[in-house]
Design a protein around this ligand. Structure first.
Ligand code: BGP
Length: 461
């Protein structure tokens, strides 16, 4: 069977500033929470490797973009580092950073690659975190100011913007489950952070539209389709719906429809978890929904009804449902995550059927592999057939959604080249291009990178 994609389908990859740039203390960059966390707790998650160096994109972006061109990519998503552009978060603009991002954008355009720019990828400037991060309403406004500065400097050339990547993740990581800084565990504070993050997105969109630059602006969400243990068990189905409301619809509904899910609001009210909201916020959020949606898809969520009654133990999202370990599920042996390719179809059809078929694309999907060096052949090429299989299986389901009318415009792999990751440093590799992260940063295209080139050339496979 051949899978053909529409002309102008967006083929490319995604990266984020903290994970690839390096040069974390050069040319006036301010610290972000990751620079800080690594400084104070070097051994916590990172195998003693922080984001200071990583793939050195800051110094090697020209060659990297040339390689991207060679591999046929038509679009590329990167993020601007808020603390590089505005070291104090809310103060003066760092001209060196403007120059850097100008060059990256110009280089991409010259290579015929459309830049997709994301404004926030987990990298809160330390100066903003010191005043509470998104828990503090002021930081939502500081973010909107930073966004406007980006639009003003780069918006003449960048026509596809995103306010946030996976906004639920810093909420979970930073305020519920301790895998992001400031590793607080407090459901109520988490809700406030989530709310202000959502507000900051709408404020940025409002400013973008006011500038009238004629581009599109959206948000990137990690959607984890939630499946009940048993379809015929009403309580399981109910639990899966709740998990969906907490982890997907909390940002999806306000971003696309301008309203928060009522089930979620009801629970927050019942348990005294409602965030502080100000007059006028509702109009800002409902009046500034997104033009397009990026969807990151890695794995589904398996849910079953809660067995212990609500009331014992600290209040957390998991108070309302349990996760379910599905027997026989397919697992990525190199990363431990479940692989469920049909999830990509289910979530795309959900967007089609319940979110006005808004324009969307797969903004991340990918396979992390530990110890990938063992797959390197004599010629030095990593033979990552598992990644080719992973991508093609997901593309088949994406294609099915397309033929059934989903408004899906592209596919970006996480990620272009191996880089630093938030909780496992250099352990799991995801790139089309291997990078010798420990030594000299040498780039070598993996088998999957060359394969993807032919997919792009043929606009299918
Ligand atoms: C996504 C993030 C990326 C990336 C990816 C892989 O959630 O947007 O930044 O890191 O996951 O996850 P990990 O690096 O934890 O394996």
């Amino acid at each position: 069977t051949t899978y053909l994609f529409p002309p102008d389908f967006w083929w490319g990859t995604a990266v984020s500033a903290t994970q690839i740039e390096g040069a974390a203390d050069r040319d006036g960059k301010g610290k972000n929470i990751w620079d800080h966390w690594y400084e104070i707790e070097p051994n916590r998650f990172f195998n003693e490797v922080g984001p200071a160096k990583t793939s050195q994109f800051y110094d090697r972006y020209k060659d990297d973009i040339a390689l991207m061109k060679k591999l046929g990519h038509t679009s590329f998503r990167f993020s601007i580092s808020w603390s590089r552009l505005i070291p104090a978060g809310n103060g003066a603009v760092n001209e060196k950073a403007v120059q850097f991002y100008d060059q990256v954008i110009d280089e991409l355009l010259a290579a015929g690659i459309t830049p997709f720019v994301n404004l926030f990828h987990f990298d809160m400037p330390m100066a903003m975190q010191k005043i509470g991060g998104f828990e503090n309403r002021e930081v939502a406004y500081a973010f909107a100011r930073y966004a406007e500065i980006c639009f003003t400097h780069f918006g003449d050339r960048v026509k596809t913007w995103f306010t946030h990547n996976e906004p639920i993740v810093p909420v979970e990581g930073g305020y519920l489950y301790e895998f992001h800084y400031p590793k607080v565990v407090d459901f109520k504070r988490a809700v406030q952070v989530g709310y202000h993050t959502m507000l900051s997105s709408a404020l940025a969109i409002e400013r973008y539209r006011r500038l009238g630059q004629g581009g599109k602006i959206g948000i990137i969400l990690n959607l984890t389709p939630s499946y009940p243990r048993a379809e015929e068990n009403e309580r399981d189905v109910e639990a899966a719906k709740l998990a969906d409301a907490f982890f997907n619809r909390s940002f999806l509904d306000p971003s696309v429809k301008g309203t928060f899910p009522q089930e979620l609001v009801a629970i927050l009210k019942q348990y005294g978890l409602m965030p502080h909201v100000e007059e006028g916020d509702k109009a800002v959020i409902s009046g500034n929904t997104v033009d397009l949606l990026g969807v990151n898809y890695y794995q589904p969520r398996r849910v079953k009804a809660k067995e212990t009654p609500i009331g014992d133990g600290p209040l957390m999202p998991g108070t309302f449902f349990d996760s379910y370990d599905m027997p026989g599920k397919k697992i990525n042996p190199h990363r431990g995550w479940e692989i469920y390719e049909k999830g990509i179809y289910d979530l795309l059809m959900n967007i089609k059927d319940h979110y006005g078929n808004i324009e969307c694309f797969i903004s991340e999907n990918g396979m992390g592999v530990e110890g990938e060096e063992k797959f390197r052949d004599e010629a030095g090429v990593i033979q990552d057939d598992y990644r080719i299989e992973f991508i093609s299986n997901h593309l088949r389901w994406l294609h099915k959604a397309l033929t059934e009318g989903a408004n899906v415009k592209g596919y970006h792999l996480w990620t272009f080249m191996d880089n630093w990751s938030w909780t496992n440093a250099y352990k799991n590799r995801y790139g089309f291009v291997s990078v010798d992260l420990e030594k000299d940063g040498k780039r070598t295209v993996k088998k999957s990178g060359w394969w993807f080139k032919t997919v792009i050339e043929n606009n299918g496979f």
